[in-house]
Design a protein around this ligand. Structure first.
Ligand SMILES: Cc1cc2nc3c(=O)[nH]c(=O)nc-3n(C[C@H](O)[C@H](O)[C@H](O)COP(=O)(O)OP(=O)(O)OC[C@H]3O[C@@H](n4cnc5c(N)ncnc54)[C@H](O)[C@@H]3O)c2cc1C
Ligand code: SF4
Length: 338
């Protein structure tokens, strides 16, 4: 039995102050990841600071025509929000591809950004894991690594970030809004998550005692030509082996601007400017999609059990781009379960 304190934060300032006073504390929002980690003794917070009642549950238009999403908006509410369905359908699709209806009802936007890897060794305290215990070793490199990274991995860690939502946010160029002891700041989502390097225990660039307050989407949602494709072992309730978010701006049959992000393959959503540039200009066809896939997967490296992901990703990229050109979302958000 590991004892911990529980407190409900009364305001954002109160939450930050309590966290600054006790670096061993953790914020808890929906609890769908943190409580599992506590049950496995992977996370052992001295204190749970419950932020679930803070006023961060609004989805609202911003002055520049974008949308600001509070960090405590549940994944279900966000997926079915009229603004998101109409203007950012790729985000709805990605959210609905994640977890199960019950989990999405509880899971928050901030918690989804912060969720930890699903590497089974990370959850198993009987095995070495550099992410859980720095410098103890990586059991996955010589072990079972079917779900692990093919891009951006290091000699210390080959884990992936498991989120679907974040892959769509990466393609949309979202910004993450933070508040902390030194005030407020924001960063592009591409800077939020980190590659493992030799510090795999650091998943992201959140500073000490900082809290995520919101995510901001720029005005352009690529609603006419976007698609999210998730390849997994089961049709639902499974993490991505590979996922692709493709968002295109078309002029006739030509792509004017392209965004392409991969999930399930790296420690963060994976983008590459060369791959996106390769799509703009030439005919939007299988040959140019294959070239873009080649560029996006440059440097991909498989391990004993996951080399299949490289070809899987190549094919998934081409298929998602075809769907995006045709304006076919992979999963639609008009099937709300009451
Ligand atoms: C069985 C199962 C299947 C799943 N399948 C998928 C899937 O297919 N795709 C997918 O994307 N996800 C999946 N998930 C993960 C799920 O989306 C996350 O667990 C959820 O989004 C976490 O949100 P939460 O509010 O419950 O976070 P919590 O569990 O409350 O917190 C998670 C972490 O985030 C921190 N945190 C929470 N809010 C903030 C904040 N505002 N600022 C700073 N830190 C914060 C907490 O301190 C904690 O460290 C699955 C989860 C489960 C249990
Ligand atoms: S891949 Fe990363 S999370 Fe998994 S065992 Fe290795 S160090 Fe731990």
């Amino acid at each position: 039995m590991i004892n911990f304190h529980y407190v409900r934060a009364s305001s954002i300032t109160d939450a930050i102050g309590r966290m600054a006073a006790d670096p061993g504390a953790k914020f808890i929002a929906g609890g769908t990841n943190l409580l599992d980690l506590m049950k496995e003794h992977v996370e052992r917070p001295s204190q749970l600071i419950d932020i679930s009642h803070l006023p961060l549950k609004r989805v609202e238009q911003t002055a520049d025509g974008g949308v600001r999403i509070g960090a405590l908006v549940p994944n279900t509410d966000l997926a079915y929000h009229p603004l998101i369905e109409a203007r950012y359908p790729i985000l709805s699709s990605a959210l609905l591809a994640g977890a199960s209806q019950q989990l999405r009802n509880m899971a928050s936007v901030g918690g989804n950004l912060m969720q930890r890897t699903r590497c089974s060794y990370f959850y198993d305290t009987a095995t070495p894991c550099n992410k859980r215990e720095p410098n103890s070793g990586c059991s996955a490199i010589g072990g079972h690594n079917r779900g692990h990274a093919i891009l951006g991995a290091s000699e210390s860690c080959i884990a992936t970030h498991p989120s679907d939502m974040c892959v769509a946010l990466a393609a949309l160029d979202a910004r993450v809004l933070l508040a902390g002891p030194s005030g407020e700041r924001s960063m592009p989502i591409s800077d939020f998550h980190r590659l493992p390097g030799d510090e795999p225990h650091r998943d992201n660039n959140l500073g000490p005692a900082e809290i995520i307050t919101a995510v901001e989407l720029p005005p352009r949602g690529f609603a006419a030509h976007s698609s999210y494709l998730k390849i997994r072992d089961r049709l639902s309730y499974a993490f991505a082996l590979v996922s692709v978010a493709a968002a295109l701006e078309m002029e006739g049959a030509t792509i004017k601007e392209a965004r392409l992000a991969l999930g399930g393959v790296a420690h963060k959503p994976w983008r590459n400017a060369d791959a996106e540039a390769a799509l703009c200009g030439p005919a939007a066809d299988g040959a140019s999609f294959a070239r873009a896939a080649e560029a996006l997967l440059r440097g991909a490296r498989g391990h004993a059990h996951n080399a299949f992901k490289i070809e899987l990703a190549r094919r998934a990229i081409v298929r998602t781009l075809m769907q995006a050109v045709r304006g076919t979302p992979q999963s639609q958000s008009n099937k709300k379960i009451a």
